[in-house]
Write a protein that binds this ligand. Structure first.
Ligand code: NAD
Length: 493
């Protein structure tokens, strides 16, 4: 396969170089070089941000009203569907996802874009009746230039979580994909141009986080940062942003539990746990990586679950029957492998998998791991407490609601949780007791563009999705207009 070039995207064109040399982009299924990426130095990032600033302030963009921005986003959604094959191919070779999963991601991406297309002209301020001879109103305005920093696990979907609300609100956005997976981000920026967004409204910087990412966050013209990635980097970004009082949205790591009570539909719960833990090879922030199961049914449930995990078909992403592909990056492959190998030493019992997966032929140099199910895991073990971001599911036994809540809440993350029970009152009690931003009851991983995702604890701050996710790209303004020249001026002064 010919090695592609991918470069930073600015003012409607892709640059040949960005001042910081080139980085290899590798197909994780084969280990083969697929692209050479031109990385940005700080000067190049500065040039790209200035282009976004010019585009934001341009009369051309100022004239585009909210309904018109909505139409551009509708066009973008259509283009994403029309170019699905191309986008799927890029994501397949770059991220290593199975083709069937990618078809679903195209539909998901288009649906998020359409939601924000419809929402663009529905941003409403408020008018309040106050005493003292004034009308009081709140309005929303775009920030100007915003940054969207993306992880490597869902590059296209994550870009769709950031570009549409940013554009619907009237901003210009600079995207920064992971250095591991730049292909669909640049492709999406080109589609934005084709959808009618003026040059410079969607730009892309490429390169490492510590260089290009840092320069983007620190740039004075970038007024808002929406970051999806690890907790460590999120913490760093928040500190950097604080120096200039920038608004920050952080969607970070998770250590999500699925809690199975004895009265649950065990077959369905096992199916949900297997899907949620191993889809995308466990590289999903809301994936369940712990299954908490009530003592009295634990043996039966684990038997059901182990049978399902053993049947998961790992293999060539191009194969229609493949359910799970490779790990996306070599670094993450090594990290997850280390957690899996160390789990035995911590006292875990391997029920399925437990290490590397040897593949042959073209796949022999890919980053392959076995779907791994671990029993006898306890809170306090690293495999229980820390985010692995790989195909490892830890089973923990509990007895009674109180203990389930205690174990589930014992980790530092608070992204999502899932409860399986036939007792709806218990389901409601668990919704109240679990300290996570998303809770599923008798379901798992379901979501809609309308439903906000508000992470808790070390899983982040702010909100993505829903109308709140749109307002996250707007600045508020409060205005008071006096209409009574006899009314006192000042508030209690
Ligand atoms: P990462 O934090 O290493 O990198 C994320 C992005 O930040 C990349 O584009 C990277 O280049 C950039 N970056 C790194 N250092 C930077 C710096 N100093 N300044 C600015 N940018 C910098 O994360 P990752 O390894 O790409 O992704 C995996 C992580 O993402 C996991 O922890 C996962 O849970 C999390 N994630 C969270 C969600 C969510 O919605 N909560 C979704 C997907 C992934």
């Amino acid at each position: 396969m010919a090695v592609r070039h991918v470069g930073p995207f600015v003012d409607g064109r892709e640059l040949k170089e960005g001042g910081a040399g080139f980085a290899d982009v590798v197909n994780p299924a084969t280990g083969e070089l697929i692209a050479r990426q031109a990385c940005c130095d700080a000067a190049c990032v500065g040039q790209i941000v200035r282009s976004s600033e010019r585009a934001f302030h341009s009369p051309e963009w100022r004239r585009v009203g909210a309904a018109e921005r909505g139409k551009m986003l509708l066009k973008l959604a259509d283009l994403i569907e029309q170019r699905a094959e191309e986008l799927i191919e890029l994501e397949l070779i770059d991220v290593g996802k199975p083709i069937t999963q990618l078809r679903g991601e195209i539909a998901l991406t288009a649906s998020i874009v359409r939601f924000y297309a419809g929402a663009a002209d529905k941003i409403e301020g408020t008018v309040k009746s106050t005493e003292g001879g004034c009308f009081y109103l709140t309005t929303y305005e775009p920030y100007g230039v915003v940054a969207g920093i993306l992880p490597w696990n869902y590059p296209l979907v994550n870009a769709a979580l950031k570009v549409p609300p940013a554009i619907a609100a009237g901003n210009a956005i600079v995207l920064k994909p992971s250095v591991e997976t730049p292909l669909t981000t640049v492709a999406l920026a080109k589609l934005c141009l084709e959808a009618g967004m003026p040059k410079g409204i969607v730009n892309v910087v490429l390169g490492s986080g510590s260089s290009a990412g840092n320069a983007l966050v620190a740039h004075p013209a970038v007024r808002k940062i929406s970051f999806t990635g690890s907790t460590d980097v999120g913490r760093h970004i928040q500190k950097l942003a604080a120096d200039r009082m920038k608004m920050v949205n952080l969607e970070l790591g998770g250590k999500n539990a699925i809690i199975v009570f004895a009265d649950a539909d065990l077959e369905r719960a096992a199916q949900a746990a297997a899907l949620s833990a191993f889809v995308n090879c466990g590289q999903l922030c809301v994936a369940c990586s712990r299954v908490l199961v009530e003592d009295s049914v634990a043996d039966r449930f684990l038997e059901l679950l182990a049978a399902k995990v053993a049947k998961i078909r790992v293999g060539d992403p191009r194969d229609e029957k493949t359910l799970v592909g490779p790990m996306t990056t070599k670094g993450q492959y090594q990290t997850a492998l280390k957690y899996i190998e160390n789990a035995r030493g911590e006292g875990a019992r391997v029920l399925c998998g437990g290490g590397k997966l040897e593949m042959s032929g073209a796949l022999r140099n890919g980053f392959w791991l076995q779907p791994t199910l671990l029993a006898d895991v306890k809170p306090g073990m690293k495999v229980h407490d820390e985010e692995i971001f790989g195909p490892a599911l830890s089973a923990v036994r509990f007895s009674g609601e109180e203990e389930a809540v205690r174990i589930s809440n014992s980790v530092e993350y608070g992204l999502s949780g899932s409860v399986w029970t036939a007792n709806m009152e218990r389901g409601l009690r668990m919704i109240k007791a679990l300290d996570t931003g998303i809770i599923w009851v008798n379901t798992m991983l379901t979501g809609y563009p309308q439903i906000p995702v508000p992470p808790r604890k070390m899983s982040g701050t702010g909100v993505e999705l829903g109308m709140e996710g749109l307002l996250a790209y707007c600045k508020r303004k409060s205005a008071m207009i006096g209409y009574d020249d006899q009314a006192p001026v000042g508030w209690g002064l």
